[in-house]
Design a binder for this molecule. Structure first.
Ligand code: PLP
Length: 395
């Protein structure tokens, strides 16, 4: 018999994944030109050519026993060196391989960070709207999610509510910028205020409060927006990074965990994280992909289509009357639903072949998420449907 909590999880499922499956089914039934699937953050731009070349070269050049064998749980040293150098060039930091663990995407990285610090009953602040998987990741370690109310309509950091939700049990806060689902980037002044608040609360409660920065969208920014590098603002920072989006490699499951050199008891935390990756069953990040990253640490996918899609959708949808914050980064937008119950809107959207995700999946009902990492034809093809939906539900 399966575990009770797994039974509940299996029955409730993931709304986003369910939509993705539904999209595939609709495409079979209606033909894929009549389905406009904005459900999943699956990049629709190929990885840079360099990735394929590197993978082929590695398979041809590297010693197969070393390449395919077990390794240090934290990953290849030379790969971590390359990643550290890439970060140092961009942020003027002095990171080394010691600060990095190669991981199975950001999901792996988040789980390692949480496993390292969370005891049963510890509270972790989640800033609504947020990536719904955080709740499950936290519950893996009997952490308690504490939801900070969204700052409507701007979706900036709700520092007042963050302050009111921090208690003696608060162990961490997860922050995600550029944000899924809003596309908001938190500006340096807000990050500075958050860091000050956390430092003050650390002092008050006499223990570390970790900032876990989930950054799969760091490089996807529009109009030159800058994303603050959190280890430069706050000592007890973990950065959970993924190459899923910047290099269009979500199926390859590759990312890293960065432990800020300034973290309290750094050596102890790093050693515990190295155990966590092993005992969570990841053991280490995929070896071929690690080596690819080592050779392509500076590469990026061509993201022109995201910018074009964002501009078309933002212009057209706002013209139709949809209210939203203009995304500054990532490849999502989070318009207000024209019906109070956004699940009604999302269901109705399917009639027009449009798949979008209800805001409650992100702990923010009344809104819906659109992932615009899709082909431009999908965006163009969906516009009449969005117009019809506004005419039907708008007032
Ligand atoms: N965090 C956020 C905010 C995401 O949107 C995603 C994936 O979409 C992840 C983490 C997981 O990333 P990965 O697939 O690289 O593990």
């Amino acid at each position: 018999m399966i575990a009770k909590h797994m039974k509940e999880l299996t029955e409730s499922g993931s709304a986003i994944r369910a939509m993705f499956e539904e999209g595939k089914k609709m495409a079979r039934e209606r033909g894929k030109d009549h389905v406009f699937d904005f459900s999943l953050g699956n990049p629709n731009t190929p990885p840079p050519e360099k990735i394929k070349e590197a993978a082929i070269a590695i398979l041809q050049e590297e010693d197969p026993i070393r390449l395919h064998g077990y390794m240090s749980n934290v990953g290849y040293e030379e790969v971590r060196d390359q990643v550290a150098q890439n970060l140092n060039r961009r942020f003027g930091t002095a990171l080394t391989r010691e600060h990095l663990i190669m991981t199975v995407g950001a999901a792996g990285s988040l789980n390692i960070a949480l496993k390292t610090i969370i005891e049963a009953g510890d509270e972790v602040l989640l800033l609504a709207p947020f990536f719904g998987e955080y709740i499950h990741y936290m519950q893996n370690y009997q952490g308690v999610p504490v939801i900070v109310a969204p700052d409507i309509p701007n979706f900036s950091l709700n520092l007042t509510d963050i302050e009111s939700k921090i208690t003696a049990k608060t162990k961490a806060l997860i922050i995600n910028s550029p944000n899924n689902p809003t596309g908001v980037i938190y500006p340096p002044a807000d990050i500075e205020r958050l860091a000050q608040l956390l430092r003050q609360k650390e002092k008050e409660y006499g223990h570390a409060i970790y900032l876990i920065s989930d950054e799969p969208y760091r490089e996807i920014v529009f109009d030159g927006a800058a994303v603050p590098f959190l280890p430069q603002y706050y000592d007890n920072t973990f950065v959970c990074y993924s190459y899923s989006k910047s290099l269009s490699l979500p199926g390859e499951r590759i990312g890293y965990l960065l432990i800020a050199p300034t973290m309290d008891a750094f050596e102890e935390v790093a050693a515990a994280a190295a155990v966590a990756i092993r005992i969570l069953g990841f053991v280490n990040a995929p070896s071929l992909m690690q080596q690819v990253i080592g050779r392509c640490a500076d590469a990026l996918s061509d993201m022109t289509v995201y910018k074009e899609n964002k501009e078309i959708l933002y212009r057209e949808l706002t013209d139709m009357g949809y209210a939203m914050v203009e995304p500054q980064g990532a490849f999502y937008m989070f318009p207000q639903s024209p019906t109070a119950d956004e699940t009604v809107f999302c269901e109705a959207a399917k009639e027009y072949g449009i798949l979008v995700v209800p805001g409650r999946t992100f702990a923010c009902p009344g809104y819906f998420r659109l992932a615009f990492c899709v082909a431009k034809q999908t965006v163009q093809g969906a516009l009449p449907g969005f117009k019809a939906l506004m005419e039907r539900f708008g007032h």
